[in-house]
Design a protein around this ligand. Structure first.
Ligand code: SF4
Length: 448
């Protein structure tokens, strides 16, 4: 059981709610609860903290915006000046090191500022934690022969653990009738271009392989890479989606076999196309199902519903386990989007019950879904509303961990180290809440 210290600022409603959660869920780490609240509400930065951030790794906008305001509303140009992540420690709750992805929100109650000469996470007058920003990877100082910045082609996230290769920055699910309603991939592409950023729609295999060669030569931190991008519903450069994405791992693995764990975040394919990915060298397959609820799936993911269908999508995930092995199929869902207005659940427990049904369905088969924290990005279709309460997210963490432990599953591979104080995964606290001592014997450390 985790013991939580006494209240620090009973006058702040944000801290009062945090501490209510600490009290109601005493075996959930305080780190995980605060992390979820930071992901839910975003983070504001004082100018002095942004100045410090200039010496650290900035947000690279590696796929979506993951911000709670559009760039045009950021008066201090926080978008390109904020760090990719923060790592918090200490403070009144004696936090163990916890990495959190930065979602810019100038109106957030959580503010990063300098307190007594040091970076601090604050809420009102209370300092909650000491902070570090992520170092700039050594390989960022090298350039590509195409003239593109290496950070554009192969940015690092999760404190350097993961190289994120969004090789196609558009999605062929297009417009309101097809795009997933929580997603701002296409809008973020426009936003980045409007701000004068080199933001290539398609990354060439040559650029990607050259970047990986530089990373191989100059980096000792990265352990995995993700290849992903928008869906390809017709063709791209004459190829279907599975073939198109397969080529990237094929090219990287033919040069650097086994150097990283290769992961593909793409659609749920029929088995023969899943085999293409496996044969290309991918070791982990993420056919993201986004939301479990049957009716809401059709509303939230209209393109996926129309082109593939919800039942077929789920069936393909299960079938993929025969190709990759169940624990190497790790579908993502968007935590909280089942409570989106106007058609989502209004009751937290009903929402959690629905999502738990999905966790049961997959985890009972050895497949381990994971989740990202829904960020209502303002240019997405669902972006003009608040996400669910902190209580929802704490209950989601609990439901995830309870089901995970019920089926005695191992820590998911390709996600870095499990457990509070260890986790690198930054966009939800699912890795932070894994109790290492309860993992199956011999599987306490995930294969890196
Ligand atoms: S499939 Fe959905 S979530 Fe993925 S990029 Fe396209 S619209 Fe976004």
């Amino acid at each position: 059981m985790t013991m939580h210290p006494a209240p620090v600022d009973a006058g702040s409603p944000v801290i009062a709610e945090l501490e209510r959660m600490f009290g109601d869920f005493p075996d959930m780490p305080a780190e995980a609860i605060l992390k979820q609240d930071l992901l839910r509400q975003g983070i504001a930065f004082e100018e002095s903290a942004l100045q410090v951030a200039s010496g650290y790794k900035p947000k690279d906008y590696f796929i979506f915006s993951f911000d709670l305001v559009p760039m045009r509303d950021m008066q201090h140009h926080e978008a390109y000046r904020s760090p990719e992540e923060i790592r918090m420690t200490g403070g009144p709750y004696e936090l163990r090191p916890t990495i959190v992805s930065v979602r810019v929100n100038p109106a957030s109650p959580y503010v990063v500022r300098i307190v007594e000469g040091r970076l601090a996470l604050t809420c009102g007058a209370t300092t909650l934690a000491e902070l570090e920003f992520p170092p700039i990877p050594e390989y960022y100082q090298h350039s590509l022969s195409s003239g593109l910045k290496i950070s554009q082609i192969a940015p690092a996230i999760e404190w350097g653990y993961l190289v994120y290769l969004t090789v196609y920055r558009l999605c062929q699910y297009w417009g309101k009738e097809e795009e997933c309603r929580f997603c701002d991939l296409n809008e973020n592409f426009r936003q980045q271009r409007d701000h004068g950023r080199e933001y290539t729609a398609v990354k060439t295999i040559d650029d990607v392989v050259e970047a990986m060669a530089l990373i191989n030569a100059h980096d000792t931190v990265s352990r995995a890479y993700t290849v992903t991008g928008g869906s390809i519903t017709s063709t791209l450069q004459g190829m279907g989606e599975a073939e198109w994405y397969a080529r990237y791992a094929e090219a990287i693995e033919s040069r650097f076999a086994g150097r990283w764990i290769p992961k593909a975040v793409v659609q749920a394919f029929p088995k023969n196309e899943v085999q293409l990915l496996k044969d290309a060298g991918y070791r982990i397959y993420h056919p993201n199902y986004e939301i479990w609820d049957e009716k809401l799936f059709d509303w939230i993911c209209p393109g996926k519903a129309r082109y593939v269908g919800r039942d077929e999508w789920m069936k393909r995930i299960v079938d993929a386990a025969e190709v990759f092995g169940p624990e190497y199929v790790i579908p993502n869902f968007v935590g909280g989007v089942e409570m989106a207005r106007p058609h989502g659940y209004t009751d937290v427990d009903a929402a959690i019950a629905s999502t738990t049904e999905g966790l049961e369905y997959f985890m009972s088969k050895g497949i381990i879904p994971r989740f990202t924290t829904w960020c209502p990005e303002p240019t997405s279709d669902l972006g003009r509303q608040e996400g669910p309460s902190l209580e929802y997210f704490v209950k989601l963490l609990l439901a995830w961990r309870t089901t995970f432990e019920k089926y005695n599953l191992p820590a998911p591979p390709g996600y870095g180290r499990p457990g509070v104080g260890n986790a690198e995964f930054s966009v939800s606290a699912f890795m932070d809440v894994i109790r290492v001592e309860k993992l199956p014997k011999g599987r306490e450390i995930a294969p890196i």
